[in-house]
Design a protein around this ligand. Structure first.
Ligand SMILES: Nc1ncnc2c1ncn2[C@@H]1O[C@H](COP(=O)(O)OP(=O)(O)OP(=O)(O)O)[C@@H](O)[C@H]1O
Ligand SMILES: [Mg+2]
Length: 503
C-alpha cells in the first residue's frame, strides 16, 4: 500500500469524528466516523465551511464556537494545538460534554495550511468527574461535621487536614498551606511515641492504634487529656500519611472526679452515722450506772471525816468517774444525741470567746497567735456553747501538733452563693500522715500517747458541726502544717434583723 493510502486509512480509522479544515474554514475532508455521526456523505460537507456543516448536520443547536472566539483562528495564530469544551443536552435533556481538539498541519515551509478538528464525547468522563467531586464534597462534609476532632498529616508530620472539632480542641485556625507540624500538637516526645505504637503490629495491628488515653497540647500550651485512635494511610506498602481521631476527656474526667468524691463522702458519712449509732448506744448504757457511781461516791465522801485515809482513794475514784462522764458527754455530742439551743452568733465573737475559755493559757507561751478576723460581722444561727467546744478542740489539736511552738492562725471569712460563714484553724505543726486522713474523725482514733488524747476531739467536732448544718474538713495538710476548715450556713435577712443589724 502506498504511503498516502496508509495515511488516509489511518485518518478514516480514527474513532473520533474528525475534520480537516482550511484556514478559511472550508472543510477539506471528514473521516468516516464524522460522516456516520452527522448522517452525511463526503460531498455534502467537503467544500462547505465548518459553520455551514455544523448548522446543517449538527443535532445540537447553535455553533460550537463564535466569531470572536474561533479556535481555528487561535490555532492559526498560535500555531499550537487548542481544545474547547462544550456542554450540550441530549434529546432527553441529559447534560453532554464534547471536547473539540484543534491541531495545526504544517506545509514544507513551516506554514499552517490546514487544521485538524477532532470531536470527542467526554460525557462519561465528565459524569465520573462530577460523581467523584460529589463524593469528595460529601466526605469533606462528613469530616467537617464530625464531633470527633480529626487531623491528618503527611509523612513528615506536616498537617494536611484539620476539621472544625480539631480546630476547637487544638485551638489552631487551620488553612491549607499552614506551617503546622503534628509534633506541635503533642507534649515533647509523644508524637514519636504515637508513631512507634502505630508501626507496632502488637498494638492493635500494624498501622492502627486502638483507643488510647493520651495528652495533647493546644495552641495556648495547655495540656488536655484525650482518648485517641490513629491510623497510617498506605499506598501499596509505603506510608503516605497518618490520621488521628481525638475525643476531649476533660468533661468526662471532671464528672468522674466529682462522682468519686461524692462516693467517698457517702462512704465516710455512712461510716460516721453507724459509728454514731454505736457510740450513742454505749453512751446511754454507761450513763446510768455512771450517774449512780458519782452520786453514791459523793454521798460516801460527804460521810467521811476530813482526815479519813479513804478520802484519797475515793477522790481518785470520783475523778475517774467524772472523766468517764465527760467521755460519755463527748460521745453523745458526736452522735448528736445532746439537745442544742440555737441563737444568732457572730463567728468573730465566738472565736475570741472560745480562746478565752482555754484554761491553760501557758500552752500559748511559745506560739504566735494570729487572729485574722473578718472586718464584717459573720452571723450564723447555731449552738454557741457546742461550737465553742469545736473551736477549742481544733485549737488544742493545733497546739499539740506544733508541740508548743509555731504559728496558730484563726481566719474568719464569708463565702457567697450559698452564703457561708467560715473559720480556718491553720497551724504550722507536723501535719496529718495521709494514711490517717480517713480516720481522724473516727471516735477514739488518736495518735497521742495513752492518757494524753482520747481521740474524741475531732469526732465530737464533726457531730456538733453536722448538728448545726455545717461542714468540717481538712483543707490542707503536709509538712508545713494543717488547715482545718469549718463552714456554717450564714443567716438570712430575717435573723440579721432580730440581731439588730439591719432594718
Ligand atoms: N492539727 C492537727 N495536726 C496534726 N494532726 C492532727 C491535727 N488534728 C488532729 N490530728 C490527728 O488526729 C487525731 C485525732 O484527733 P482528735 O482531736 O479526734 O483526738 P486527739 O486529739 O488525739 O484526742 P482528744 O482530742 O480526744 O484529746 C490526733 O490524735 C492527731 O493524730
Ligand atoms: Mg484532739
Amino acid at each position: 500500500m502506498k504511503e498516502k493510502d496508509w495515511r488516509l486509512r489511518v485518518f478514516d480509522s480514527l474513532s473520533f469524528p474528525t475534520l480537516v479544515l482550511r484556514p478559511d474554514r472550508v472543510v477539506l475532508s471528514a473521516n468516516r466516523v464524522f460522516l456516520e455521526k452527522v448522517g452525511a456523505r463526503i460531498e455534502d460537507v467537503a467544500g462547505k465551511t465548518c459553520h455551514d456543516v455544523f448548522q446543517k448536520f449538527s443535532s445540537n443547536e447553535g455553533l460550537p464556537c463564535s466569531e470572536q472566539n474561533c479556535p481555528l483562528v487561535s490555532t492559526l495564530r498560535s500555531r499550537k494545538g487548542h481544545s474547547l469544551l462544550r456542554t450540550t443536552q441530549d434529546q432527553q435533556g441529559n447534560p453532554q460534554w464534547e471536547e473539540r481538539v484543534f491541531s495545526p498541519i504544517f506545509d514544507d515551509h513551516g506554514e499552517v495550511f490546514a487544521v485538524i478538528e477532532s470531536i470527542r464525547d467526554v460525557t462519561e468522563l465528565k459524569t465520573m468527574e462530577r460523581v467523584v467531586a460529589g463524593i469528595q464534597e460529601f466526605m469533606n462534609r462528613v469530616i467537617q461535621s464530625s464531633v470527633s476532632a480529626i487531623v491528618a498529616a503527611d509523612c513528615d508530620g506536616q498537617i494536611l487536614l484539620m476539621n472544625q472539632a480539631a480546630e476547637e480542641l487544638f485551638g489552631w485556625g487551620f488553612h491549607p498551606g499552614i506551617e503546622l507540624n503534628i509534633r506541635q500538637l503533642y507534649p515533647e516526645g509523644k508524637a514519636s511515641e504515637v508513631m512507634k505504637k502505630l508501626r507496632d503490629a502488637d498494638q492493635g495491628g500494624k498501622g492502627k492504634l486502638p483507643l488510647t488515653r493520651m495528652d495533647i497540647v493546644n495552641a495556648r500550651g495547655e495540656t488536655i487529656p484525650v482518648e485517641m485512635t490513629a491510623a497510617i494511610i498506605y499506598e501499596g506498602t509505603s506510608e503516605v500519611a497518618t490520621m488521628g481521631i481525638f475525643h476531649d476527656l476533660r468533661e468526662k474526667l471532671a464528672v468522674e472526679g466529682k462522682l468519686k468524691e461524692a462516693q467517698t463522702q457517702l462512704v465516710q458519712s455512712e461510716k460516721m452515722a453507724s459509728l454514731g449509732r454505736l457510740a450513742a448506744g454505749v453512751a446511754h448504757e454507761i450513763n446510768n450506772p455512771l450517774t449512780g457511781i458519782l452520786l453514791y461516791g459523793s454521798m460516801l465522801m460527804e460521810g467521811l471525816a476530813d482526815d479519813d485515809a479513804k478520802r484519797e482513794k475515793l477522790t481518785c475514784m470520783l475523778e475517774d468517774a467524772t472523766r468517764c462522764r465527760d467521755i460519755v458527754k463527748d460521745l453523745l455530742a458526736y452522735s448528736r444525741q445532746t439537745s442544742s439551743s440555737k441563737q444568732v452568733i457572730d463567728m468573730n465573737d465566738l472565736v475570741t470567746d472560745s480562746l478565752l475559755l482555754i484554761r491553760d493559757q501557758k500552752l500559748f507561751l511559745n506560739v504566735t497567735l494570729l487572729k485574722d478576723l473578718s472586718a464584717e460581722r459573720l452571723l450564723f444561727s447555731g449552738d454557741g456553747k457546742q461550737l465553742s467546744q469545736v473551736i477549742i478542740n481544733l485549737v488544742m489539736n493545733a497546739l499539740d501538733a506544733m508541740d508548743g511552738k509555731g504559728t496558730l492562725t484563726l481566719r474568719t471569712f464569708r463565702l457567697e452563693d450559698p452564703h457561708r460563714v467560715c473559720l480556718e484553724v491553720i497551724d504550722t505543726g507536723s501535719g496529718i500522715p495521709s494514711e490517717f486522713l480517713s480516720h481522724v474523725f473516727d471516735p477514739f482514733f488518736t495518735t497521742k500517747e495513752p492518757g494524753k488524747g482520747t481521740g474524741l476531739g475531732l469526732s465530737t467536732a464533726y457531730g456538733i458541726v453536722k448538728e448545726n448544718a455545717g461542714e468540717i474538713s481538712i483543707k490542707e495538710t503536709g509538712a508545713g502544717g494543717t488547715t482545718i476548715l469549718l463552714t456554717l450556713p450564714g443567716t438570712q435577712g430575717e435573723d440579721q434583723q432580730r440581731f439588730g443589724l439591719i432594718g
